[in-house]
Each structure stands twice: as C-alpha cells, then as structure tokens.
Design a protein around this ligand. Structure first.
Ligand code: NAP
Length: 248
C-alpha cells in the first residue's frame, strides 16, 4: 500500500510509534523516525528493518519534538530533500500525571510543549513541502483522555484535546490542497507508558473496557496506516477513537 512512499514518524522507537514504523515498513514505505533519548533502541529498530526490507530506507534521528530548532534540523537534514513526503505521523508523547492542585509548572509545560507544541513544530516544518507538492496525509496521535478527560491528567488531556482542535482546524486549511489531516484517539494500550500502572488501577480500567483487554500497539498502527492510506481518501478532520469499547 505504501511502496516507495516516504513516511515520517515522531517518537517511533518504542510502543505505538514503533508499531506504526513497523506497519509502514511492512507495507513497503521508506521511514524516517525520531526518538528522544534511547538511541540504542532506535538504532536497533532501524537495523532490524534494514535487514528485513533491504530495498527500503530506514533512518532513526534523535530529535526532541518540543524543541523547534531540533525539529527544523531534522526536517532540513532528512525530509526537505525528498521528492515527496507522503505521510507525517505525529506520535511522540509523554505523561507527567498528578492532580491539578499539586501539579508543578514543569509538569504542565513539559507535557503541553511535547504533546501539543511538538505537533505544531513538526507539522509547521513539513507544511510548505506538502502544500507545494499538493498531496499528503497527516495523522496526529491524540488520546481518549483528550476526548473524555481523565482525572490526574489535566496537562495530558488539555494537550490531547488541543490536538483534536489543531487537527480539525488544519484539515480545514488544507482540504482544498489534497492534504488530509486526521487524529487517532487510542484508549488504554499496552506500552511502556501504561506499564507503571498498579494492578488495582489496571483492573479497574479493564473492567470498563468492553473488550476486556488493553489494546496492542498494532491496533493503533493498523488505524494509523488506514488513515494515511488512499482507503481513507474521503476522510479528513476526524478523530478516530480506537479503545476496544471503553466508551460506546
Ligand atoms: P511510549 O511507549 O512511552 O513511547 C514514547 C515514544 O515517544 C518513544 O519513542 C520516545 O522516545 C518518544 N518521545 C518521548 N518524548 C519525545 C520527545 N520530546 N521528542 C521525540 N520523541 C519523544 O509511549 P506510547 O504509549 O507508545 O505512546 C505513543 C503516543 O500515543 C503518545 O502520544 C501517547 O500520548 C499516545 N497514547 C498512548 C496511549 C497508551 O495507552 N499507551 C493511549 C492514548 C494515547 P525514547 O524512546 O527516546 O524515549
């Protein structure tokens, strides 16, 4: 589905981002993905993919999504030179949970600057390229917390909710230029991000999920490749909830 296409994924070294990178790779794409700090994890993934798919390009780049200068350098060094950039997946994200009454300014700004500012930084860099080539698909990874809210996550929910507003607004700016912008809102997905939840909290959440299981990263990757593909050619400006029936 993505043979010879060029795809950029932020936060592609682990968890959902890694599954997204792997899914695009399996569909024939060349993939440039960023990571924040775990260089060995990211480089190992790129190596494995190169050996699995020797005719495709896989590049791991250290780039803090919250830093506009690093994002600009990533774009200028790796993406600007491509004839066409077909897909951007804004996946990089962090949590720093706590009740609002005791949340620090750093907890607030780190999450907002990464989860929402990072998407602004990356998308703004690639925008002119997509507009000039008159094609492209952007997929922003939001969260059910951004749709329904979640106690203990005002920073995260605000960023993820803002991301849905960004997605809808940008899709209106780009709909006439053959560029689609959509969002994914995953429910509870089994990754490092959710691994430190205690058994009691996990049990409570499982009790609320209709399918009685946490999602796998591949569940989100399947939705990401769908939204980026021509099969979703008539879909733009939409948040797609992928939560196993958490909220029906
Ligand atoms: P994860 O397992 O913690 O992986 C996070 C990825 O993002 C890693 O590749 C990490 O790189 C990278 N990253 C972190 N901060 C970054 C930064 N400032 N700049 C660039 N890359 C950065 O998280 P995940 O569970 O896969 O989550 C991926 C996305 O899905 C996030 O946006 C998250 O909010 C969203 N989401 C997750 C869930 C869930 O239940 N897991 C639910 C809803 C939404 P390093 O490896 O170098 O640290």
């Amino acid at each position: 589905m993505f043979r010879d296409k060029c795809v950029a994924v932020t936060g592609g070294s682990r968890g959902i981002g890694r599954a997204i990178v792997e899914a695009f790779a399996a569909e024939g794409a060349n993939v440039w993905f960023t990571y924040h700090s775990l260089a060995e994890t990211a480089e190992t993934l790129a190596e494995v993919l190169r050996s699995l798919y020797p005719d495709q390009t896989f590049t791991a780049v250290k780039c803090d999504a919250s830093d506009p200068e690093q994002v600009k350098a990533f774009f200028e060094e790796h993406l600007d030179e491509l004839e066409t950039l077909d897909v951007l997946v804004n996946n990089a994200g962090i949590t720093s949970d706590g009740l609002m009454a005791t949340m620090t300014q750093d907890q607030w700004s780190n999450v907002i600057n990464t989860n929402l500012g990072g998407v602004f930084n990356m998308t703004q860099q690639v925008l002119m390229k997509l507009i000039l080539q008159r094609s492209g698909a952007i997929v922003n990874v939001s969260s059910v917390a951004g749709v329904y809210g979640n106690a203990g996550q005002v920073n995260y929910a605000a960023a993820k909710s803002g991301l849905i507003g960004l997605t809808k607004s940008l899709s209106k700016e780009l709909v006439g230029r053959n560029i689609r912008v959509n969002a994914l809102a995953p429910g509870f997905i089994d990754t490092d991000m959710t691994s430190d939840m205690n058994d009691k909290a996990k049990g409570e959440i499982l009790g609320k999920i209709g399918m009685k299981r946490m999602g796998g990263a591949e569940d989100i990757a399947n939705a990401a490749t769908f939204l980026a593909s021509d099969r979703a050619a008539y879909i733009t400006g939409q948040p797609l909830v992928v939560d196993g029936g958490l909220v029906i």
